[in-house]
Write a protein that binds this ligand. Sequence first.
Ligand code: ATP
Ligand code: MG
Length: 547
Amino acid sequence: MIYTNISINFIEEIIQEDINKGFPKKKLRFRFPPEPNGYLHIGHAKSICLNFGLAKKYKAFVNLRFDDTNPTKEENIYVNAIKNDIQWLGFIWDKECYASDCFEKLYKWAFQFIKEGKAYIDEQPQDIILKQRKTPFEPGIDSPYRTRPVRESLVLFKKMKDGKFEEGEGVLRAKINMKSANMNLRDPIMFRILKVIHQKTKNKWDVYPIYDWAHGQSDFIEKISHSLCSLEFENHRPLYEWYLKNIKKKERSKQIEFARLNISDTIMSKRKLYIVIKDGFVEDWDDPRLSSLRGLRRKGYTPESIRDFCHRIGISKRDNVINLKLLESSIREQLNKIAIRVMVVLNPLKLVIENYPEDKIEWFPAENNQESQKSGKRKIPLSKKLYIEREDFLEKATKTFHRLSIGKEVRLKNAYIIKGTGFLKESTGNIIEISAVYDTKSQSGSESSRRKIKCTLHWVDAIQTLDIETRQYELLFSLEVPDAKKYFLRFFNHHSLKIVHGYGEPFLRKVRPGEFFQFQRIGYFCVDQKSSSIIFNRTVILRQSHL
Ligand code: ATP
Ligand code: MG
């Protein structure tokens, strides 16, 4: 079943409780805050479905906020791609915001912090600052600049903003507590110098806020009521609270953390995705082997199936790894309802029907999808020669082999019952052709065809046929949780893409990019949207794939 609603989860319980305690429903506001430094992946989809799902449920606003605080890695192309992917997933945001919309305010508040002795300019190199912060098990060391006069920091901060310093020559740090057990409170950096062009503000700024300094304030400015973050931000929360307390803002959003989505057999961290793309292990962000939304989409995943998956996994507070099979079952269930069933032979073996007239061609009606009346019927040609799958023939049947063999009957799907009569073998032992006879009165659906036959085979006529190319994707790594391993590339499966040619019904001549099919007894396939020729990407195998 395809679910479209987000069910009750612990976050919703908290929101409901807030409402019960008097929080006005009309003040509910959510946001999805991507950094425009890459394409979205299925992990982001979890956060999107959560935030947009809640907004939909409570008829609340939801902002799309680009966290564009690191211009060295961010690009406009990602902004557009992210918007496009969210729309594709089926969601619409109320307001498009940018952390950079708040740069002016963040600068002013920082200036105020310096004036109040809550921030200072540190001129030490980054690596020294890092060393002085020590570890959670020992207190950090104060910077020699920590006690410098306020006036000095004010002048330097202004100079930094006006481009008078080079990168790395100074940072603005909050003066909190170098001995705090929470490392985030050990005088975190608020602003650093970056001499780069920002994708939105261009060359207006020479100083840029650190994500942590921008995030909570963006939530505050946008009046986000519930700020939903992944677990790693749990111990950033005291810092966000410290910042807001010190800019003297009472109304704050409630931050709630939830577990990130991890899926087995795949990588999701953008850093790792970059590596496999940049080093040429895969084609690009839309390579169907990736867990990026573009990759999944090209592979044949629908927005409904991804929303359904996000619903099924739910929202939890504890990290876990979801089995890839769950994602596959979501798409399989949907494709079962919408994909047109066709016959394709991928490992062909020629079959000649001895008693079938030489020049005769018959066209048999076939249902496009028995699960959906609307999908209609089409016609399939049959002549004297056809192809079946090599795996569907054995010279001598065994007890467990119910497919075609000499003396044994099978039904050709939508057509006749045939009986194996012989085969042609090369000197190498390779069978190159088989022969059979057909029962002239056994046409599918006819009165006289009631004979029970154990096995039905798919097949493709050898004359009225279409050469087709399929791309079959295997797992990218020979490791169950590659995302958890630093040296994940060692486990890269260099045979994860198989190009397999075969024969298909003539019906497939008219397919459109993005169209879904079930190749009977083989799997679900989707017409590639990028190639100029017709290529079928394997979305997922059938639950009990025969081949
Ligand atoms: P990555 O680690 O892949 O680079 P990120 O967190 O840096 O991801 P962002 O663009 O900052 O990527 O993420 C935007 C939002 O999506 C954040 O709120 C983040 O918590 C959420 N998000 C990212 N990855 C996941 C995931 N695997 N599961 C759930 N939410 C995620
Ligand atoms: Mg991030």
